[in-house]
Design a protein around this ligand. Structure first.
Ligand SMILES: Cc1cc2nc3c(=O)[nH]c(=O)nc-3n(C[C@H](O)[C@H](O)[C@H](O)COP(=O)(O)OP(=O)(O)OC[C@H]3O[C@@H](n4cnc5c(N)ncnc54)[C@H](O)[C@@H]3O)c2cc1C
Length: 502
């Protein structure tokens, strides 16, 4: 059977994959491409997660694409609105026609003589194997496992007589009204779920081992909405986007330079909401500095309002075991529950679990250095879209897509078939990819690539610096190494190829 060939294969039809297709279509219009998506829907994260209240925890002016203004009133948007935005981008630009659903990409083998990837895909429930070839592989597969979330072992779990619910696999039609709910965790998911469930549940307890920093913000951005009503859409969007980028950078830098002052301010904001009698020290004073882990956003103070109304409460303690009636804590206290929600986090997974070989040699990205936060040392013609830890994902994903298009156009102009980042500097030290102390990063640190101590191997987590490096920096920077079109690949172009042209 003829193997179908594309110039570029994009893996994943989430926010990044649809964005990548848009950039490719507009900046490299001659390139054939397809999106291979393992699930049956567009939207990735914003289609998978269905728990009550699912929403962004960063503003949509920076989580939205740089090319498509966010037009809804809420800046902190609910999941279905974000999914609609991604789907609209796909349909408005004819990208949806190029998506192949139920295509789970498992393996990719690079052949230097052919200057191409052979990508092995499992299709559908029967896992029929199909192969494609492509010149460039663009992984837009997110950063966590879709198959499982992270769940610690809880002693006595099976003895619990109520229902245990995992946020990543929220049961359709779960009726929690009038029920006692315990949500384990105090990350973004728990902070989202608790106030929404508290509206109808008998009571919701947020059970945390240790506190997280919370920052309140209005769900609607009044200034952005005013500008949208009075200025051209792209101008209003651009101004708000830059204002939010600059504020985010300022806040992050302040947190790194003056952690005590920022800590005081953040905790003060919680105290203002919950009042002087609330035990802020135990429940809302983290043991780390602000931005050593991602901050949790509390839109319109919803969590604090639920606590003030007595609909929700916070318990800071350690779990001893599950019991038939709920959870026994190390302090000896018992929490009764009809439903336990394990908002205990994600399992990080890089490149969608892809196995990579280069000329028959298995490559493990955890052994590689990340080049400009998107390519991997010694792995040719492969990039991945990966967002910021301290700002919205799409800011970096957009820059990555733009850079990939620039690189592909540069290679075409010069007649190159292969681009590979090679570290020739023996003094370059390898450091962890992220300097985050969050559990999900620490659990996965051996799976993640490393970063170097200097450009272009260092991750600055800084949109302004990346903008300069990725939009304006030279493609041929002395680290990215190019090779011309090998003879075998030239010969192959004479053979008929099934190319999906737009
Ligand atoms: C609950 C939640 C809330 C979040 N909120 C924010 C926020 O407010 N701000 C922010 O910046 N970030 C947030 N994030 C991070 C978020 O994932 C990104 O913002 C963004 O949605 C990532 O888009 P993506 O397309 O890169 O990845 P995803 O949304 O994860 O999409 C990846 C797609 O690739 C597919 N895929 C994966 N592996 C394969 C494979 N091997 N073969 C075929 N298909 C594959 C998946 O099925 C999926 O459709 C949040 C994450 C979660 C889980």
């Amino acid at each position: 059977m003829a193997v179908e060939h594309f110039d570029v294969l994009i893996v994943g039809a989430g926010l990044s994959g649809i964005g990548a297709a848009y950039h490719l279509k507009t900046k490299c219009p001659g390139k054939s491409y397809a999106i291979l998506e393992g699930r049956d829907a567009i939207g990735g994260t914003w289609d998978l997660f269905q728990y009550p209240g699912i929403r962004s925890d960063s503003d949509m002016y920076t989580l939205g694409y740089n090319f498509k203004p966010w037009r809804e009133a809420k800046s902190i948007a609910d999941g279905p609105s974000i999914r609609k935005y991604v789907r609209e981008t796909a349909s408005e630009n004819g990208i949806d026609k190029n998506i192949r659903f139920h295509h789970m990409v498992k393996r990719a083998s690079w052949s230097t003589p052919d200057a191409s990837w052979t990508v092995e895909v499992e299709i559908g429930a029967e896992k029929r194997i199909v192969r494609y070839t492509c010149n460039f592989l663009f992984m837009c597969s997110g950063y966590y496992s879709y198959a499982s979330g992270y769940e610690p072992e809880f002693e006595g779990r099976d003895s619990f007589k109520g229902q245990i619910v995992r946020p990543q696999f929220w049961p359709e039609n779960l009726d929690y009204s009038g029920k006692k709910v315990v949500v384990i965790g105090s990350g973004a998911t728990a902070v989202t779920i608790v106030p929404v469930m508290a509206e109808t549940a008998a009571h919701v307890t947020m059970l945390q081992r240790s506190p997280t920093y919370m920052a309140s913000a209005p769900a609607e951005d009044k200034m952005a909405n005013w500008m949208r009503a009075h200025l051209p859409a792209m101008l209003a969007y651009g101004i708000t986007r830059w204002r939010n980028v600059l504020f985010g950078m300022f806040f992050f830098n302040m947190a790194r330079k003056k952690p005590e002052a920022v800590k005081k301010r953040l905790i003060g904001m919680v105290r203002d909401q919950l009042g002087p009698d609330y035990d802020i020290e135990t429940h809302f004073t983290p043991r780390y500095n602000p931005w050593d882990q991602r901050l949790c956003l509390v839109p319109d103070n919803d969590l604090f309002l639920a606590i003030k109304k007595g609909q929700a409460s916070v318990v800071t303690d350690h779990i001893d075991s599950f019991t038939p009636a709920g959870i026994r804590l190390k302090s000896g206290k018992e929490l009764e529950a009809d439903i336990i929600v394990t908002a205990t986090g994600l399992n990080l997974e890089l490149l969608g679990g892809l196995q990579v070989t280069v000329d028959g040699v298995a490559k493990n990205v955890s052994k590689s250095l990340s080049y400009k936060g998107m390519m991997y040392s010694d792995i040719p013609n492969l990039a991945s879209a990966f967002g910021y830890t301290n700002a919205s994902w799409t800011l970096k994903a957009d820059l990555t897509c733009d850079y990939v298009c620039r690189m592909l156009n540069y290679m075409d102009r010069k007649g190159y078939a292969e681009a590979v980042a090679i570290n020739n500097d023996p003094t370059m030290k390898a450091e962890p990819w992220f300097d985050f102390s969050s559990g999900y990063v620490q659990r996965a640190k051996d799976l993640l690539p490393k970063q170097g101590t200097r450009k272009p191997w260092k991750q600055y987590q800084n949109y302004a610096l990346d903008l300069v490096m990725l939009r304006l920096g030279k493609i041929n920077d002395g680290t990215l190494t190019f090779r011309g079109r090998p003879a075998a690949a030239v010969a192959n172009t004479n053979q008929p190829q099934a190319i999906a042209a737009e």
